[in-house]
Design a binder for this molecule. Structure first.
Ligand SMILES: NC(=O)c1ccc[n+]([C@@H]2O[C@H](COP(=O)([O-])OP(=O)(O)OC[C@H]3O[C@@H](n4cnc5c(N)ncnc54)[C@H](O)[C@@H]3O)[C@@H](O)[C@H]2O)c1
Length: 332
């Protein structure tokens, strides 16, 4: 049993991960400021502390009083468009706040960190599937701030012995029985499709003239429960006697290794809901690369991880099932 602090544990990825940690027998403390998360998403059995990971006194006290052994750092500002309009907020929260968290951890002797990074660190890749050695050329402040924090972890490993695993997620989707995706604004395609159905308006697909087979963007979707499984494995890999993180920070992509176009996702949603879903092709969104597909080979080699729910219909179906019980999303 490990005592784990999950930052952002009231959010989508953090809540599902907290749930998986509890099911695996770990002790879970959640630190969340509830800016984009939901109190009711924090799983039963996890202790919620409302506050910011960028608040040094709060974090230091929490780590010490809860005897935290490892941190899963999921909390972040993560809207690409907002990051372009207000980069200061992203550097302040994702970078400066992140360093505050690492410093508090160092002060109380917590040296195990798993970090939620993103495919956005690669920018527009030269080749797919993308391996971890591909050049990091973020094209927006969101990706830039994630790259900066990754860099901090690399140097903290060398200088202070911080054991870390950075996981670069591609598109996370799907739901567990109790927990699903609810962002406001919703920039992710699958919940946006369901929101459009509920509102009785057509789905907007951003861009129909990309150099892809059907002209729409291609993305690599990973089931959120598979992601939670990777988090569990990553936390184990940071244990004091574990060879994998003894020689420095580990970085792994997480994806299915295959991509689906926006129109293919829409077709899967039509199969799942059992009727056609009207859509319109809108303008491209700034900074959307045509194709983002991960090579997840390294996650297989180092973490022994592979996706168990790779089917698009299963991913979309789980999200729809959750949505049926949570029309419009969480109540808070
Ligand atoms: N969802 C995806 O498809 C995806 C893809 C790639 C990477 N990521 C990364 O995964 C992580 C989780 O994403 P998500 O979709 O669950 O986002 P989310 O917005 O649902 O969850 C983030 C949580 O962090 C909390 N939070 C934000 N700032 C905080 C602060 N300063 N202190 C404490 N809590 C704070 C929010 O209230 C929220 O509960 C993020 O770091 C994101 O960049 C997500």
């Amino acid at each position: 049993m490990t005592k784990v602090l999950v930052t952002g544990g009231a959010g989508y990825v953090g809540s599902v991960s907290a749930e998986a940690f509890l099911e695996a027998g770990h002790d879970v403390v959640v630190l969340d400021d509830l800016t984009t998360g939901h109190r009711s998403a924090v799983p039963q059995g996890a202790r919620l502390h409302v506050g910011s990971y960028g608040d040094s006194a709060t974090v230091t006290r929490l780590l010490a009083t809860e005897n935290v052994e490892a941190i899963l750092h999921c909390a972040a500002r993560s809207l690409v468009g907002e990051s372009i309009e207000d980069p200061a907020r992203y550097f302040r929260d994702n970078v400066a706040g992140g360093i505050t968290l690492l410093e508090a951890a160092r002060e109380v002797g917590v040296d195990r960190v798993v970090f939620s990074s993103t495919a956005a660190v690669y920018g527009v890749p030269d080749a797919t599937p993308i391996t971890e050695d591909a050049p990091l050329r973020p094209i927006n402040p969101y990706g830039e701030t994630k790259r900066a924090f990754e860099g901090a972890l690399l140097w903290y490993a060398r200088a202070y012995g911080t054991r870390s695993v950075t996981l670069r997620y591609f598109n996370v989707a799907g739901a567990t029985h109790a927990l699903g995706e609810d962002h406001d604004p919703e920039t992710h395609l699958i919940p946006a499709i369901f929101g459009a159905i509920e509102a009785g308006r057509p789905v907007t697909v951003f861009g129909g003239d990309y150099p892809t087979p059907d002209g729409t963007c291609v993305r690599d979707y990973i089931h959120v429960a598979d992601l939670a499984d990777a988090h569990l494995r990553a936390i184990e890999a940071t244990a004091r006697d574990d060879e994998r993180t003894a020689r420095g920070a580990v970085i792994c992509n997480l994806g299915n290794g295959g991509g689906f176009s926006n129109l293919e996702v829409l077709a899967a949603a039509e199969r799942v809901v059992g009727h056609t879903i009207p859509h319109e092709i809108g303008p491209r969104r700034t900074g959307d690369p045509p194709v983002l597909v991960a090579s997840a080979a390294r996650a297989g080699e180092i973490l022994g991880w592979r996706p168990h729910r790779p089917s698009l219909d299963e991913i979309v179906g789980s999200a729809w099932t959750w949505r049926q019980g949570h029309r419009g999303g969480y109540s808070d």
